[in-house]
Design a binder for this molecule. Structure first.
Ligand SMILES: [Zn+2]
Length: 349
């Protein structure tokens, strides 16, 4: 016992001396990959799209068709999580289900649902409007032990509005938004933050190349972005495990804001519900009053001390459960944040 206490004191002292979070303070890394379909995450490249020169450049055909023909080939790290005690959920071929509950099936409504724990039907555009809702990031940033230790890096210039950085005080770096490929610099800044901001407890990285390339109809670059994101996430996790401040107390959550159309042909390039289409048909390249069926389907991967491979049950899990899951992983009471938010996913203790 004495030896254990001494060992604990030894572990605690250096971090307290440096003014860091307590050694037992749980930490969170959240990564989103904008508009990444479950189909590619679990199945790999779609065979029809891989051989269609409209979507796959001939130079990339072999890679898309052969090297990326399975989910684990495109995203090896995410697929390794279940073997390490983590979860990867949303494979509808295996009877799993996860979806958004907002009625729009595009980005701002999705990120709002993901970060606040409930859909807001009043959010019907991606316009730069200051979010009236409080995200769990903002709530945490006012909690003892978290204030000043919550950061966000994103590739989309609407994030300052979604996170409402003016009000929330959560630093949102979205400097390179709108330039392709935007991700490399965002990734480097996030990694620098993980390396240098020793007191940081919540790091949110929002990657957007997947959605950008999909809208351009470039299937090879869409898959390449997924593959690059997987590499980046693996490296973030490796860095966290190599750092005594993060090792053993960090939960990683990876997910997406929405899916993409599931019908054959060009539908994979678009996403949005019938309601979204009717509100602003000019925003879409395909005319379909039915909307982009299937783009409400999402997926989620997670690993860390707060995650266990519990049975998901028969109900379809929802995006609105992610905020409470993240707070639970951090040891925080999600009901104190919002008792009306979606309850934690079954994988979070
Ligand atoms: Zn999009």
């Amino acid at each position: 016992m004495l030896r254990a206490l001494l060992a604990l004191a030894f572990l605690l002292l250096p971090s307290i001396a440096r003014g860091e979070a307590p050694a037992d303070g749980q930490r969170l890394i959240l990564v989103t990959m904008d508009g990444t379909r479950w189909q590619e995450v679990f199945r790999g490249a779609d065979k029809a799209l891989a051989v269609d020169p409209k979507f796959t450049h001939p130079d990339w055909k072999e890679t898309v068709e052969k090297a990326w023909n399975t989910g684990p080939a495109v995203m090896p790290f995410l697929h390794s999580l279940p073997t390490m005690g983590g979860v990867l959920h949303g494979n509808r071929d295996a009877g799993q289900c996860m979806r958004v509950t907002n009625p729009m099936w595009f980005s701002y409504p999705g990120y709002n649902e993901l970060l606040t724990g409930r859909p807001d039907p009043a959010i019907t555009t991606n316009d730069k409007i200051w979010n009236r809702n409080t995200t769990f990031l903002e709530w945490l940033n006012r909690r003892p032990g978290f204030t000043g230790n919550v950061r966000m890096y994103g590739t989309w210039d609407v994030f300052p509005y979604i996170i409402n950085d003016k009000r929330s005080g959560v630093p949102v770096n979205a400097e390179d938004a709108g330039k392709l490929p935007t991700e490399t610099r965002t990734m480097r800044m996030a990694q620098d933050a993980l390396r240098t901001a020793s007191g940081m407890r919540v790091l949110y990285v929002a990657l957007g190349d997947t959605d950008e390339f999909a809208h351009e109809g470039d299937y090879a670059q869409y898959l390449s972005a997924m593959n690059r994101d997987d590499d980046f996430i693996a490296e973030l996790w490796r860095m966290a495990q190599a750092d005594p401040a993060w090792r053993g107390r960090t939960t990683l959550i990876v997910t997406t804001d929405h899916g993409r159309g599931a019908k054959p042909g060009a539908y994979w390039t678009e996403h949005g519900s019938a309601a979204g289409w009717k509100l602003a048909p000019q925003d879409y390249t395909i005319a379909d009053p039915e909307g982009f069926i299937g783009s409400d389907a999402i997926w989620l991967a997670a690993i860390g001390p707060g995650v266990h491979a519990a049975p998901a049950g028969s109900a379809c899990l929802t995006q609105s459960q992610i905020a409470a899951s993240a707070l639970t992983a951090l040891g925080e009471d999600w009901r104190a944040f919002d008792a009306g938010a979606g309850a934690p996913l079954p994988f979070f203790k």
